[in-house]
Design a protein around this ligand. Sequence first.
Ligand code: ATP
Ligand code: MG
Length: 354
Amino acid sequence: MAAAEETHLRSITAAEADGDERAVEAALRPRTLDEVVGQARVRDQLGLVLEAARRRGRAPDHVLLSGPPGLGKTTLAMIIAAEMSVPLRLTSGPAITHAGDLAAILSGMNEGEVLFVDEIHRMSRPAEEMLYMAMEDFRVDVVIGKGPGATAIPLDLPPFTLVGATTRAGLLPGPLRDRFGFTAHLEFYEPHELDLIVHRSAGLLGVELTDEGSAEIASRSRGTPRIANRLLRRVRDYAQVRADGVVTRTVAEAALDLYEVDQLGLDRLDRAVLDALCRRFGGGPVGVSTLAVAVGEERETVEEVAEPFLVRNGFLARTPRGRVATPAAWEHLGLSAPPAAASDPAGEPTLFEE
Ligand SMILES: Nc1ncnc2c1ncn2[C@@H]1O[C@H](COP(=O)(O)OP(=O)(O)OP(=O)(O)O)[C@@H](O)[C@H]1O
Ligand SMILES: [Mg+2]
Protein backbone atom coordinates (compact mmCIF):
# COMPACT_ATOMS: atom_id res chain seq x y z
CA MET A 1 0.00 0.00 0.00
CA ALA A 2 3.00 2.28 -0.31
CA ALA A 3 1.41 4.27 -3.08
CA ALA A 4 -1.72 4.82 -1.05
CA GLU A 5 0.21 6.03 1.97
CA GLU A 6 2.06 8.61 -0.04
CA THR A 7 -0.94 10.29 -1.55
CA HIS A 8 -2.44 13.40 0.01
CA LEU A 9 -5.77 11.72 0.06
CA ARG A 10 -5.82 9.88 3.37
CA SER A 11 -9.45 9.42 3.94
CA ILE A 12 -11.30 8.83 7.18
CA THR A 13 -12.17 5.38 5.88
CA ALA A 14 -8.56 4.29 5.24
CA ALA A 15 -7.99 0.90 6.84
CA GLU A 16 -4.38 1.68 7.76
CA ALA A 17 -3.49 3.49 10.96
CA ASP A 18 -1.56 6.74 10.84
CA GLY A 19 1.08 7.71 13.38
CA ASP A 20 -1.08 9.54 15.92
CA GLU A 21 -3.69 6.86 15.80
CA ARG A 22 -1.48 4.16 17.25
CA ALA A 23 -1.53 5.60 20.77
CA VAL A 24 -5.31 5.83 20.81
CA GLU A 25 -5.54 2.31 19.44
CA ALA A 26 -3.34 0.92 22.18
CA ALA A 27 -5.91 2.08 24.73
CA LEU A 28 -8.72 0.32 22.89
CA ARG A 29 -7.06 -3.02 22.27
CA PRO A 30 -8.62 -6.06 23.90
CA ARG A 31 -6.08 -7.58 26.32
CA THR A 32 -7.34 -11.16 26.54
CA LEU A 33 -8.90 -13.63 24.13
CA ASP A 34 -12.19 -13.30 25.99
CA GLU A 35 -12.28 -9.58 25.30
CA VAL A 36 -11.85 -10.08 21.55
CA VAL A 37 -15.09 -9.45 19.71
CA GLY A 38 -15.98 -11.62 16.69
CA GLN A 39 -13.50 -13.89 14.84
CA ALA A 40 -15.09 -16.78 16.73
CA ARG A 41 -13.26 -19.50 14.83
CA VAL A 42 -9.84 -17.91 15.18
CA ARG A 43 -10.49 -17.28 18.86
CA ASP A 44 -11.47 -20.91 19.43
CA GLN A 45 -8.56 -22.35 17.50
CA LEU A 46 -6.00 -20.04 19.03
CA GLY A 47 -7.43 -20.62 22.50
CA LEU A 48 -6.87 -24.33 22.03
CA VAL A 49 -3.30 -23.90 20.77
CA LEU A 50 -2.44 -21.74 23.78
CA GLU A 51 -4.17 -23.91 26.34
CA ALA A 52 -2.42 -27.04 25.05
CA ALA A 53 0.95 -25.29 25.18
CA ARG A 54 0.27 -24.10 28.72
CA ARG A 55 -0.55 -27.64 29.83
CA ARG A 56 2.59 -29.02 28.27
CA GLY A 57 4.62 -26.20 29.76
CA ARG A 58 6.03 -25.39 26.32
CA ALA A 59 6.12 -22.38 24.04
CA PRO A 60 3.18 -22.56 21.59
CA ASP A 61 3.78 -23.31 17.91
CA HIS A 62 4.62 -20.39 15.65
CA VAL A 63 1.51 -18.45 14.62
CA LEU A 64 0.83 -16.60 11.39
CA LEU A 65 -1.88 -13.95 11.43
CA SER A 66 -3.09 -12.87 8.03
CA GLY A 67 -5.76 -10.49 6.88
CA PRO A 68 -6.50 -6.95 5.72
CA PRO A 69 -5.36 -3.93 7.77
CA GLY A 70 -7.20 -3.00 10.95
CA LEU A 71 -8.81 -6.36 11.71
CA GLY A 72 -6.80 -7.23 14.82
CA LYS A 73 -3.49 -8.89 13.90
CA THR A 74 -1.33 -6.79 16.24
CA THR A 75 -4.01 -7.09 18.90
CA LEU A 76 -3.94 -10.89 18.70
CA ALA A 77 -0.14 -11.01 18.77
CA MET A 78 -0.16 -9.06 22.01
CA ILE A 79 -2.86 -11.28 23.42
CA ILE A 80 -0.83 -14.42 22.65
CA ALA A 81 2.03 -13.10 24.79
CA ALA A 82 -0.34 -11.90 27.51
CA GLU A 83 -2.19 -15.22 27.65
CA MET A 84 1.12 -17.06 27.97
CA SER A 85 2.30 -14.48 30.56
CA VAL A 86 5.51 -13.83 28.65
CA PRO A 87 7.07 -10.67 27.24
CA LEU A 88 6.49 -9.73 23.61
CA ARG A 89 9.33 -8.47 21.46
CA LEU A 90 8.22 -6.46 18.52
CA THR A 91 9.87 -5.90 15.18
CA SER A 92 8.81 -5.72 11.56
CA GLY A 93 9.88 -7.03 8.19
CA PRO A 94 11.07 -3.66 6.88
CA ALA A 95 13.08 -3.05 10.09
CA ILE A 96 15.15 -6.17 9.46
CA THR A 97 17.36 -5.10 6.59
CA HIS A 98 20.28 -7.43 7.30
CA ALA A 99 20.31 -11.00 8.53
CA GLY A 100 22.55 -9.68 11.34
CA ASP A 101 19.67 -7.55 12.65
CA LEU A 102 17.58 -10.65 13.01
CA ALA A 103 20.44 -12.64 14.57
CA ALA A 104 20.81 -9.93 17.21
CA ILE A 105 17.12 -10.03 18.04
CA LEU A 106 16.95 -13.82 18.12
CA SER A 107 20.03 -14.28 20.25
CA GLY A 108 18.49 -11.96 22.84
CA MET A 109 15.33 -14.02 23.21
CA ASN A 110 14.58 -15.84 26.44
CA GLU A 111 12.82 -19.16 26.72
CA GLY A 112 9.12 -19.05 25.91
CA GLU A 113 9.06 -15.43 24.79
CA VAL A 114 7.06 -14.21 21.82
CA LEU A 115 8.73 -12.51 18.90
CA PHE A 116 6.22 -10.53 16.85
CA VAL A 117 7.30 -9.77 13.29
CA ASP A 118 4.82 -7.39 11.71
CA GLU A 119 4.65 -7.16 7.90
CA ILE A 120 6.66 -10.35 7.75
CA HIS A 121 6.25 -10.48 3.95
CA ARG A 122 8.57 -7.48 3.69
CA MET A 123 11.62 -9.13 5.25
CA SER A 124 14.84 -9.39 3.23
CA ARG A 125 15.71 -12.71 1.65
CA PRO A 126 18.82 -13.47 3.78
CA ALA A 127 16.91 -12.67 6.97
CA GLU A 128 14.10 -14.89 5.81
CA GLU A 129 16.47 -17.80 5.34
CA MET A 130 17.93 -17.29 8.78
CA LEU A 131 14.41 -17.29 10.16
CA TYR A 132 13.66 -20.69 8.58
CA MET A 133 16.38 -22.32 10.65
CA ALA A 134 15.51 -20.39 13.78
CA MET A 135 11.87 -21.43 13.55
CA GLU A 136 12.55 -25.05 12.81
CA ASP A 137 15.68 -25.92 14.76
CA PHE A 138 15.95 -22.98 17.18
CA ARG A 139 19.39 -22.27 15.84
CA VAL A 140 21.08 -19.39 14.03
CA ASP A 141 24.46 -18.98 12.43
CA VAL A 142 26.04 -15.83 13.74
CA VAL A 143 28.59 -14.50 11.29
CA ILE A 144 31.68 -13.00 12.90
CA GLY A 145 33.95 -10.78 10.87
CA LYS A 146 33.71 -9.68 7.26
CA GLY A 147 34.88 -10.84 3.85
CA PRO A 148 36.98 -13.99 3.33
CA GLY A 149 37.89 -14.21 7.03
CA ALA A 150 34.29 -14.32 8.19
CA THR A 151 33.18 -17.37 10.12
CA ALA A 152 29.73 -18.61 11.01
CA ILE A 153 29.26 -19.67 14.58
CA PRO A 154 26.17 -21.76 15.24
CA LEU A 155 24.19 -20.56 18.22
CA ASP A 156 21.41 -22.48 19.93
CA LEU A 157 18.29 -20.51 20.77
CA PRO A 158 15.87 -21.20 23.58
CA PRO A 159 12.45 -22.31 22.31
CA PHE A 160 10.36 -19.25 21.52
CA THR A 161 7.16 -18.49 19.62
CA LEU A 162 7.27 -16.51 16.43
CA VAL A 163 4.11 -14.60 15.64
CA GLY A 164 4.10 -13.21 12.13
CA ALA A 165 1.53 -10.79 10.74
CA THR A 166 0.87 -10.08 7.10
CA THR A 167 -1.72 -8.32 5.01
CA ARG A 168 -0.45 -10.26 2.00
CA ALA A 169 -0.26 -13.96 2.86
CA GLY A 170 0.04 -14.66 -0.86
CA LEU A 171 3.43 -12.96 -0.94
CA LEU A 172 4.94 -15.23 1.72
CA PRO A 173 7.29 -17.85 0.31
CA GLY A 174 6.00 -21.40 0.77
CA PRO A 175 8.89 -22.53 3.01
CA LEU A 176 8.15 -19.69 5.43
CA ARG A 177 4.40 -20.28 5.42
CA ASP A 178 4.96 -23.97 6.08
CA ARG A 179 6.95 -23.32 9.23
CA PHE A 180 3.99 -21.86 11.05
CA GLY A 181 2.12 -24.44 13.11
CA PHE A 182 -1.04 -22.40 13.06
CA THR A 183 -2.35 -19.83 10.61
CA ALA A 184 -5.25 -17.57 11.46
CA HIS A 185 -7.06 -15.78 8.65
CA LEU A 186 -8.92 -12.77 9.96
CA GLU A 187 -12.18 -11.96 8.22
CA PHE A 188 -14.06 -8.70 7.92
CA TYR A 189 -16.49 -8.17 10.78
CA GLU A 190 -20.27 -8.30 10.66
CA PRO A 191 -22.20 -5.13 11.57
CA HIS A 192 -23.43 -6.63 14.87
CA GLU A 193 -19.82 -7.41 15.84
CA LEU A 194 -18.71 -3.88 14.99
CA ASP A 195 -21.64 -2.68 17.03
CA LEU A 196 -20.25 -4.50 20.07
CA ILE A 197 -16.80 -3.04 19.39
CA VAL A 198 -18.20 0.49 19.18
CA HIS A 199 -20.06 0.02 22.47
CA ARG A 200 -16.93 -1.35 24.11
CA SER A 201 -14.73 1.49 22.83
CA ALA A 202 -17.30 4.10 23.82
CA GLY A 203 -17.20 2.67 27.34
CA LEU A 204 -13.42 2.92 27.45
CA LEU A 205 -13.40 6.45 26.04
CA GLY A 206 -16.23 7.61 28.28
CA VAL A 207 -18.50 8.41 25.34
CA GLU A 208 -22.22 8.22 25.95
CA LEU A 209 -24.02 6.65 23.01
CA THR A 210 -27.37 5.12 22.16
CA ASP A 211 -27.83 1.73 20.49
CA GLU A 212 -29.00 3.44 17.29
CA GLY A 213 -25.99 5.74 17.33
CA SER A 214 -23.68 2.78 17.68
CA ALA A 215 -25.45 0.81 14.93
CA GLU A 216 -25.12 3.76 12.59
CA ILE A 217 -21.36 3.91 13.13
CA ALA A 218 -21.01 0.13 12.83
CA SER A 219 -22.84 -0.05 9.52
CA ARG A 220 -20.56 2.56 7.96
CA SER A 221 -17.29 1.01 9.15
CA ARG A 222 -16.47 -1.26 6.20
CA GLY A 223 -16.21 -4.37 8.32
CA THR A 224 -13.11 -2.98 10.05
CA PRO A 225 -12.70 -2.34 13.80
CA ARG A 226 -10.03 0.31 13.23
CA ILE A 227 -12.43 2.32 11.07
CA ALA A 228 -15.26 1.81 13.58
CA ASN A 229 -13.07 3.21 16.37
CA ARG A 230 -11.99 6.13 14.19
CA LEU A 231 -15.53 7.02 13.15
CA LEU A 232 -16.56 6.83 16.79
CA ARG A 233 -13.93 9.43 17.71
CA ARG A 234 -15.05 11.77 14.93
CA VAL A 235 -18.71 11.36 15.87
CA ARG A 236 -17.81 12.05 19.49
CA ASP A 237 -16.18 15.36 18.42
CA TYR A 238 -19.35 16.30 16.63
CA ALA A 239 -21.53 15.30 19.58
CA GLN A 240 -19.47 17.43 21.93
CA VAL A 241 -19.21 20.51 19.72
CA ARG A 242 -22.54 20.59 17.93
CA ALA A 243 -24.83 18.60 20.23
CA ASP A 244 -25.12 17.72 23.90
CA GLY A 245 -22.35 15.12 23.92
CA VAL A 246 -24.55 12.07 23.46
CA VAL A 247 -24.05 10.02 20.29
CA THR A 248 -27.57 9.39 19.00
CA ARG A 249 -28.48 8.19 15.52
CA THR A 250 -29.16 11.76 14.41
CA VAL A 251 -25.79 12.92 15.68
CA ALA A 252 -23.97 9.98 14.09
CA GLU A 253 -25.72 10.53 10.77
CA ALA A 254 -24.99 14.24 10.74
CA ALA A 255 -21.34 13.73 11.69
CA LEU A 256 -20.72 10.98 9.16
CA ASP A 257 -22.48 12.95 6.44
CA LEU A 258 -20.15 15.82 7.28
CA TYR A 259 -17.18 13.50 6.78
CA GLU A 260 -18.75 12.20 3.58
CA VAL A 261 -19.01 8.60 4.72
CA ASP A 262 -22.30 7.29 3.39
CA GLN A 263 -24.73 4.67 4.76
CA LEU A 264 -22.74 1.78 3.33
CA GLY A 265 -19.35 3.19 4.31
CA LEU A 266 -18.44 4.53 0.88
CA ASP A 267 -16.37 7.69 1.00
CA ARG A 268 -15.95 10.51 -1.48
CA LEU A 269 -13.39 8.68 -3.63
CA ASP A 270 -15.46 5.49 -3.76
CA ARG A 271 -18.50 7.43 -4.90
CA ALA A 272 -16.48 9.48 -7.39
CA VAL A 273 -15.22 6.26 -8.97
CA LEU A 274 -18.71 4.76 -9.24
CA ASP A 275 -20.12 8.04 -10.44
CA ALA A 276 -17.56 8.36 -13.23
CA LEU A 277 -18.00 4.73 -14.15
CA CYS A 278 -21.78 5.00 -14.46
CA ARG A 279 -22.35 8.53 -15.69
CA ARG A 280 -19.35 9.06 -17.93
CA PHE A 281 -18.64 5.58 -19.19
CA GLY A 282 -22.14 4.11 -19.19
CA GLY A 283 -21.16 1.53 -16.58
CA GLY A 284 -18.04 0.35 -18.41
CA PRO A 285 -16.08 -1.64 -19.30
CA VAL A 286 -13.43 1.03 -18.96
CA GLY A 287 -9.71 0.76 -18.19
CA VAL A 288 -8.60 1.64 -14.69
CA SER A 289 -6.19 4.33 -15.93
CA THR A 290 -8.98 6.12 -17.76
CA LEU A 291 -11.16 5.84 -14.71
CA ALA A 292 -8.38 7.30 -12.55
CA VAL A 293 -7.97 10.29 -14.87
CA ALA A 294 -11.72 10.88 -14.76
CA VAL A 295 -11.69 11.17 -10.96
CA GLY A 296 -8.40 13.10 -10.89
CA GLU A 297 -6.48 10.49 -8.93
CA GLU A 298 -3.45 8.28 -9.41
CA ARG A 299 -4.17 4.89 -10.89
CA GLU A 300 -2.68 3.25 -7.78
CA THR A 301 -5.04 5.15 -5.51
CA VAL A 302 -8.06 3.97 -7.43
CA GLU A 303 -6.73 0.44 -7.63
CA GLU A 304 -5.49 0.02 -4.07
CA VAL A 305 -7.65 2.35 -2.02
CA ALA A 306 -11.09 2.40 -3.64
CA GLU A 307 -11.40 -0.78 -5.64
CA PRO A 308 -10.85 -3.50 -3.04
CA PHE A 309 -13.80 -2.26 -1.01
CA LEU A 310 -15.98 -1.67 -4.08
CA VAL A 311 -15.21 -5.12 -5.46
CA ARG A 312 -15.72 -6.87 -2.15
CA ASN A 313 -19.09 -5.21 -1.72
CA GLY A 314 -20.26 -6.01 -5.21
CA PHE A 315 -20.32 -2.48 -6.66
CA LEU A 316 -17.61 -2.97 -9.21
CA ALA A 317 -16.23 -5.92 -11.16
CA ARG A 318 -12.79 -6.25 -12.66
CA THR A 319 -13.14 -7.91 -16.05
CA PRO A 320 -10.59 -8.63 -18.78
CA ARG A 321 -12.02 -5.71 -20.76
CA GLY A 322 -12.00 -3.22 -17.90
CA ARG A 323 -13.97 -2.10 -14.88
CA VAL A 324 -17.71 -2.61 -14.89
CA ALA A 325 -20.40 -1.19 -12.62
CA THR A 326 -22.76 -3.75 -11.12
CA PRO A 327 -26.51 -3.18 -10.75
CA ALA A 328 -25.84 -2.45 -7.06
CA ALA A 329 -23.62 0.48 -8.07
CA TRP A 330 -26.32 2.03 -10.23
CA GLU A 331 -28.82 1.54 -7.47
CA HIS A 332 -26.55 3.05 -4.82
CA LEU A 333 -26.13 6.17 -6.94
CA GLY A 334 -29.89 6.36 -7.39
CA LEU A 335 -29.58 5.81 -11.14
CA SER A 336 -31.32 3.26 -13.30
CA ALA A 337 -28.95 0.88 -15.02
CA PRO A 338 -29.09 0.66 -18.80
CA PRO A 339 -30.53 -2.76 -19.73
CA ALA A 340 -27.17 -4.03 -21.03
CA ALA A 341 -25.32 -3.22 -17.80
CA ALA A 342 -27.74 -5.23 -15.74
CA SER A 343 -27.65 -8.33 -17.93
CA ASP A 344 -24.20 -8.49 -19.53
CA PRO A 345 -21.36 -7.79 -17.13
CA ALA A 346 -18.90 -7.85 -20.06
CA GLY A 347 -17.28 -11.18 -19.57
CA GLU A 348 -16.31 -13.19 -16.55
CA PRO A 349 -15.53 -11.03 -13.55
CA THR A 350 -12.02 -11.76 -12.34
CA LEU A 351 -12.45 -10.82 -8.72
CA PHE A 352 -9.09 -12.13 -7.67
CA GLU A 353 -7.06 -10.22 -10.20
CA GLU A 354 -4.38 -8.19 -8.37
N1 ATP B 1 -11.71 -8.33 17.57
C1 ATP B 1 -11.58 -7.07 18.02
N2 ATP B 1 -12.31 -6.65 19.06
C2 ATP B 1 -12.19 -5.38 19.49
N3 ATP B 1 -11.36 -4.46 18.97
C3 ATP B 1 -10.60 -4.84 17.94
C4 ATP B 1 -10.66 -6.15 17.41
N4 ATP B 1 -9.80 -6.24 16.40
C5 ATP B 1 -9.23 -5.04 16.28
N5 ATP B 1 -9.71 -4.17 17.20
C6 ATP B 1 -9.34 -2.77 17.34
O1 ATP B 1 -8.97 -2.27 16.06
C7 ATP B 1 -7.75 -1.56 16.13
C8 ATP B 1 -6.84 -2.09 15.06
O2 ATP B 1 -6.44 -3.41 15.35
P1 ATP B 1 -4.97 -3.94 15.05
O3 ATP B 1 -3.97 -2.85 15.23
O4 ATP B 1 -4.77 -5.17 15.83
O5 ATP B 1 -5.10 -4.29 13.50
P2 ATP B 1 -4.00 -4.95 12.53
O6 ATP B 1 -4.67 -6.11 11.90
O7 ATP B 1 -2.74 -5.19 13.27
O8 ATP B 1 -3.78 -3.80 11.43
P3 ATP B 1 -2.48 -3.53 10.51
O9 ATP B 1 -2.55 -4.52 9.37
O10 ATP B 1 -2.68 -2.13 10.02
O11 ATP B 1 -1.27 -3.69 11.37
C9 ATP B 1 -7.20 -1.73 17.54
O12 ATP B 1 -7.22 -0.51 18.20
C10 ATP B 1 -8.15 -2.65 18.25
O13 ATP B 1 -8.58 -2.05 19.44
MG1 MG C 1 -0.86 -4.31 13.09
